[in-house]
Design a protein around this ligand. Sequence first.
Ligand code: AMP
Ligand code: GLY
Length: 417
Amino acid sequence: MKVLLIGSGGREHALAQALNRDPQLEELHVAPGNPGIAEIALCHLIDTDDNHVVVALAQKLEIDLVVIGPEKPLVNGLADALRKANIAVFGPSAAAAQLEGSKDFAKQVMHDAGVPTARSFTCTTKSEMEAALSTFGSPYVVKHDGLAAGKGVVVTDDRTLALDHAFLSPRVVIEEFLDGPEVSLFGISDGTTVLAMQPAQDFKRAFDGDLGPNTGGMGAYSPLPWAPRNIVAETLTKVLQPTIAEMKARNTPFVGLLYAGLALTKNGIRVIEFNARFGDPETQVLLPRLKTPLAALLYQAATGNLKDAPVLEWFDDCAVTVVLASQGYPTAPKTGEVITGISAVTDASVFHAGTVLKDGVLHSSGGRVLTVTGIGASLAEARSKAYESISKIRLRGSHYRSDIALAASTPSKIGEN
Ligand code: AMP
Ligand code: GLY
């Protein structure tokens, strides 16, 4: 099988590594990729925002399956353009990707499908926004309706801040605060059938102790020793299956990765958000643990054949990943610094995200620069491998959290994030 993967982040590097392990894979192409991905796949420096260019590349390379990593090309209709050209693609249509692209749309689908989520109002006027904030009270949760690259959501006790954030967008979703640990749980779907993956936990805040601003994610781990035993089955029946059925009933079937961001509240699971693609950095802990060959699995999903797919199999290993971020990330990341020390890492996988080669020397080029995944028989072992490895990497001004998976690998603290 010849696969073309779209994207250039740590998630795509982990996808590339997992696709490469599948014995059915003959060729792996990535567009645009990054210097780390270029070590394990053939990279094509094309404009992936231009659907025609991607379709032409897939045709030229006689690609059997395209896997779309990030949300932007999905919302931009790349999957539709590829399907029109009769190319199998793992990734939802633009219409189905609205589950991520519009918070209001996601709320409507959840409402119609009976999926448990926070009560909410979609507001377009200042008086509606003020009334909604008063209804739910503090802490206030305000979400801009459209794609916002992690900057659209504000959770605050400060009503003035909440209102200021609301006024920045013509349409906002204001919802009740959900109290409880957060879990990321992904479903792989062919539009009808959906297979649930194992859960992971992401650390969204920039600094230790869940302090600082929201980020794209500063680290993750899997499995979750503290999670309820039935969390996968419950998420499958209460969230993933009804959502997939609702999207099919609307004639916009969701083919791809349905990311459920959950809060485990005292009243049960609630969906905080949907994404229409693999999570980053959750993918960097989930895929190294997945035993089921990935290329064949995603091909079955892309071609409507998941009901014949085997149940997902997992290694017993634990995985912990830690993000190395640029100075100033997420507010004002400073890029263009030299990165050294990666070759000294022997006991972990280093996934590239914001890196670039300049005259053969690796430099930082984004806010999240690298993700370092340690694998071990316990979370504690995986954690120490990830941290020993990341400490060998040098990047001026960079920072990383030191408490990824700390509570989960310390039995007395289980359940705390
Ligand atoms: P989202 O982009 O919807 O995932 O929101 C980003 C982050 O904001 C989530 O990971 C949560 O930590 C937080 N958040 C969003 N919605 C809520 C909510 N209703 N209650 C509590 N926290 C929330
Ligand atoms: N880790 C959060 C996300 O991928 O959106």
